[in-house]
Design a protein around this ligand. Sequence first.
Ligand SMILES: *[C@@H]1O[C@H](CO)[C@@H](O)[C@H](O)[C@H]1NC(C)=O
Ligand SMILES: *[C@@H]1O[C@H](CO)[C@@H](O)[C@H](O)[C@H]1NC(C)=O
Ligand SMILES: *[C@@H]1O[C@H](CO)[C@@H](O)[C@H](O)[C@H]1NC(C)=O
Ligand SMILES: *[C@@H]1O[C@H](CO)[C@@H](O)[C@H](O)[C@H]1NC(C)=O
Ligand SMILES: *[C@@H]1O[C@H](CO)[C@@H](O)[C@H](O)[C@H]1NC(C)=O
Ligand SMILES: *[C@@H]1O[C@H](CO)[C@@H](O)[C@H](O)[C@H]1NC(C)=O
Ligand SMILES: *[C@@H]1O[C@H](CO)[C@@H](O)[C@H](O)[C@H]1NC(C)=O
Ligand SMILES: *[C@@H]1O[C@H](CO)[C@@H](O)[C@H](O)[C@H]1NC(C)=O
Length: 471
Amino acid sequence: MNYTLICMLCGLYAVLARDKEQKGKYSVPVLNVETQQLVLNASDSLLLSCRGRWEVAWLFPSGLASDQVQVEEFRCGRTKRQYCSRVTVSHSQAQHTGRYRCQYRHRPIRHASVYVYVADSQQPFAVGPGRSPDVLWMKERQPLVIPCRVTHPSVVTTLVKFPNQRMKPDHVNILWDSKQGFTIRTPTLNCTGFYFCQSIIDAVTHNSHNYYVHRTVTEIKQVSLNSSGSVRALKGERLVLNCTATAALNTRVNITWDYPKKNKNIGSISKTLVRHPTHLLFYSILSLPRLQRSDRGLYTCQVCSGDNSKQANVSVTVYDRPFIRLKPRHGLVMEATAGEKSYKITPKLKAFPVPQVVWLKDGKDAAKQCSRYRMENSSLVIRDVAEEDAGKYTVLVRIQEHGLCQNLTFTLKVKVSPQIGEKAASLQDPGSVPRGSRRSLHCTSHGVPPPHIQWRWHPCSSNGLPAAPQA
Ligand SMILES: *[C@@H]1O[C@H](CO)[C@@H](O)[C@H](O)[C@H]1NC(C)=O
Ligand SMILES: *[C@@H]1O[C@H](CO)[C@@H](O)[C@H](O)[C@H]1NC(C)=O
Ligand SMILES: *[C@@H]1O[C@H](CO)[C@@H](O)[C@H](O)[C@H]1NC(C)=O
Ligand SMILES: *[C@@H]1O[C@H](CO)[C@@H](O)[C@H](O)[C@H]1NC(C)=O
Ligand SMILES: *[C@@H]1O[C@H](CO)[C@@H](O)[C@H](O)[C@H]1NC(C)=O
Ligand SMILES: *[C@@H]1O[C@H](CO)[C@@H](O)[C@H](O)[C@H]1NC(C)=O
Ligand SMILES: *[C@@H]1O[C@H](CO)[C@@H](O)[C@H](O)[C@H]1NC(C)=O
Ligand SMILES: *[C@@H]1O[C@H](CO)[C@@H](O)[C@H](O)[C@H]1NC(C)=O
């Protein structure tokens, strides 16, 4: 009886213990090595195993080819409820140096890792010299890493900038980490160029791969669309917009379009890059095959590079059909005054597509009749208005390709202020006239509208000179 109770308690304890183990342990997978790093000799074998509560997966250094590694997976633990994975690299090489990471397949953020150095005195750099240099993009004020990792933690290296500038770690701006390479903390413009790392082992000089450091530039000089202001088009027509971004050399840009039907995936975009000795030109061409009324709106071309951005926009109007709307602005009868510097006849005109406009004066081409007549957009401008400018002015508006035509005729009156002809012809003093005789006086006058003529008499003063007028 007592014996059974103890056994029951034991069993209960075992169950509780297992649950505890299940909950707390293996929240991350566990590796069979407890150190942060391992140092192997080249051609040693590397054996790693990983255990976890769920299925695990590995991430290996990029220098380890998949046929150089063997992975075995199996269930493990007392009740085979755990997942184990064993990795074997039977003949390790310098380029296998790097981080080996074991992670849960469904939650890669839960992981364990170890950094493995595969020491090789013939090959101190994990990435051997290659033909073409790696391109590194440098951003100002952001650390620049020259990734010449080494195969043993105590390898001593020097950073060399072509042709022969040698830099040693100074713990301030130039840092060394055997797992990463060199870091230049705050690179400046003069940091662009060719670099490699150098290590001297047993009096033999070893050079790393070459790195070409470029400066990342994010300078957008200008963005423009090939139609400024607004675009007008007819329904069914094709719309093509050309966005041009001018940027400093070495700049990379992203060009995005925003327009009414963007979300419906209507419209195709093509891109080109043209290099000039002093700048780059990026083109992005948006085309919509058949315009609908619903395509009207704002079209924006947004150009981004790093933190910089610039945009250009254009508003697009779509008309159902071609049209001409022609109306007088203030009535059909107009009045100008002779001697005015200029007079403008401006009808109200709206039309699409752009119409031809012709002005007639009394039925004949106005511009051909008089050099003082000039067209300004759809208006007619008369310079130095004269009496003979009075007449009928007709504006003809035509869109030939669509067979549309309208006209409007204005009547222009020109006021002329009255002139006395005799005054211009330096009228002779009529002189003295014998008392009782008959004498007629003439006054010729012209004006538009015709002037009224009124005569007034002024008695002479005693000295024979005219006195102040008297009505
Ligand atoms: C690697 O080789 C060196 C001698 O070449 C030896 O001293 C060292 O113990 C070896 N290391 C390992 C981990 O086998
Ligand atoms: C860049 O110039 C600064 C100051 O002139 C100098 O200290 C630094 O070593 C230069 N760096 C390189 C990579 O030439
Ligand atoms: C439109 O883009 C092309 C590049 O495909 C370019 O050559 C051309 O000059 C651009 N046209 C205009 C008017 O901007
Ligand atoms: C813009 O440029 C494209 C391509 O170069 C051209 O097809 C289109 O007609 C141009 N659009 C305008 C409004 O000039
Ligand atoms: C362009 O956009 C992509 C993703 O939207 C981003 O990863 C990339 O850094 C951008 N490039 C530049 C030059 O801004
Ligand atoms: C369109 O571009 C102009 C300048 O070209 C800018 O002032 C305006 O804010 C832009 N409109 C929109 C909606 O982005
Ligand atoms: C002609 O019309 C355009 C826009 O319709 C306007 O910008 C331009 O100033 C006009 N030209 C003259 C000389 O009035
Ligand atoms: C002006 O329009 C009318 C119809 O509205 C037409 O009968 C007349 O011929 C047109 N005049 C000219 C000069 O085209």
